[in-house]
Design a protein around this ligand. Structure first.
Ligand SMILES: C[S@@+](CC[C@H](N)C(=O)[O-])C[C@H]1O[C@@H](n2cnc3c(N)ncnc32)[C@H](O)[C@@H]1O
Length: 293
């Protein structure tokens, strides 16, 4: 059988046909746009998530969808495609040891600096629906209830516009709140009367110190100031090694000397960036020790 014939065989068949060629085109688009590596074992997931888009656009099959999404005037659909294929799993206080470390070892010095009139800047890169940056905000509020009077700000970004919209709303269902310490939950969340889920709203004090923006990590970063702390956790695992190395280098450039980078438990800073971090006194935290250990 010729390669071309093989490429047009269905690898997932349902309401629409997804062929190996279609999968290759979708994987290439996702890689070019968002740096995400898609293994062919994910064909069923691609089918399940994109069949909805094909239906919404009134197209006949994945082949037509691939042509549509590759068109130069389809930037919005490319964004929808990326949003449909990314994993947005997150939790308040996910990898809780990071927040204990932040609270006891990193923030005290930085918040003293803020009390003395200095600025503190934190970036949650790949923030999903906001639970990571809001957790940071709650930890800050536990140490500095009058944070609004100081120059302490969290930037929270994600490639997925749907996540940014949810994050800005700051409303979560009951199940999202289960990992929150009771006192924090009582103090910083309000039940919205009469609302269906998600019906718990985070307090304005937390919302006011977080700015949410849509940002593809592989696009130009518009931020002019450097950060004291970057959280980029459970994001780079979806990128191939060369793309990861590119990002580590960019994080090293955008962190202040003596800054801190928190990464997910299965992630590791690779390439030359590790030396640059060390030279600038930037520490990367994966477990509770240095990431490189
Ligand atoms: C698994 S979530 C992690 C959320 C949070 N950091 C945490 O650990 O709970 C990964 C997030 O990265 C975002 N993401 C994936 N590729 C991205 C890219 N190229 N630029 C920015 N965000 C991206 C996804 O949209 C998703 O919300």
């Amino acid at each position: 059988m010729s390669q071309a014939a093989h490429g047009r065989e269905g690898i997932v068949a349902g309401e629409y046909l997804l062929t190996a060629d279609d999968f290759t085109r979708i994987a290439a688009l996702l890689h070019d746009h968002a740096g995400i590596h898609l293994a062919e074992t994910k064909a069923a997931l691609v089918y399940a998530r994109l069949a909805k888009r094909i239906r919404a656009l009134g197209l006949e099959n994945f082949r037509d969808y691939c042509s549509y999404v590759a068109r130069s005037d389809s930037a919005d659909e490319r964004q929808q495609m990326v949003a449909a294929l990314t994993t947005n799993v997150t939790r308040f206080f996910r990898e809780g040891h990071h927040f204990e470390h932040l609270k006891t070892r990193v923030l005290p010095r930085l918040l003293d600096h803020a009390r003395a009139g200095g600025e503190v800047r934190i970036w949650s890169a790949g923030c999903s629906n906001g639970q990571e940056p809001y957790t940071i905000a709650l930890v800050i509020l536990s140490l500095m209830p009058d944070v609004a009077r100081h120059d302490v700000k969290i930037l929270a970004t994600d490639i997925d516009p749907n996540m940014i919209e949810e994050a800005r709303a700051g409303q979560y269902g009951e199940s999202a709140l289960t990992d929150l310490p009771k006192d924090m939950r009582n103090r910083w969340f309000r039940k919205i009367p009469g609302a269906g889920a998600p019906n718990w709203r985070i307090a304005d004090e937390a919302r006011e110190i977080v700015a949410f923006r849509e940002l593809n990590l592989f696009a130009r970063w518009p931020m002019r100031r450097r950060f004291d702390i970057v959280f980029c956790r459970n994001v780079v695992i979806y990128f191939e090694k060369a793309r990861q190395a590119e990002l580590w280098q960019r994080f090293s450039d955008i962190l202040k000397p003596q800054g801190h980078l928190y990464i997910g438990h299965s992630e590791r800073v690779s390439g030359q960036a590790a030396q640059h971090f060390a030279a600038d006194g930037i520490t990367t935290w994966r477990h509770t020790g240095r990431a490189g250990q």
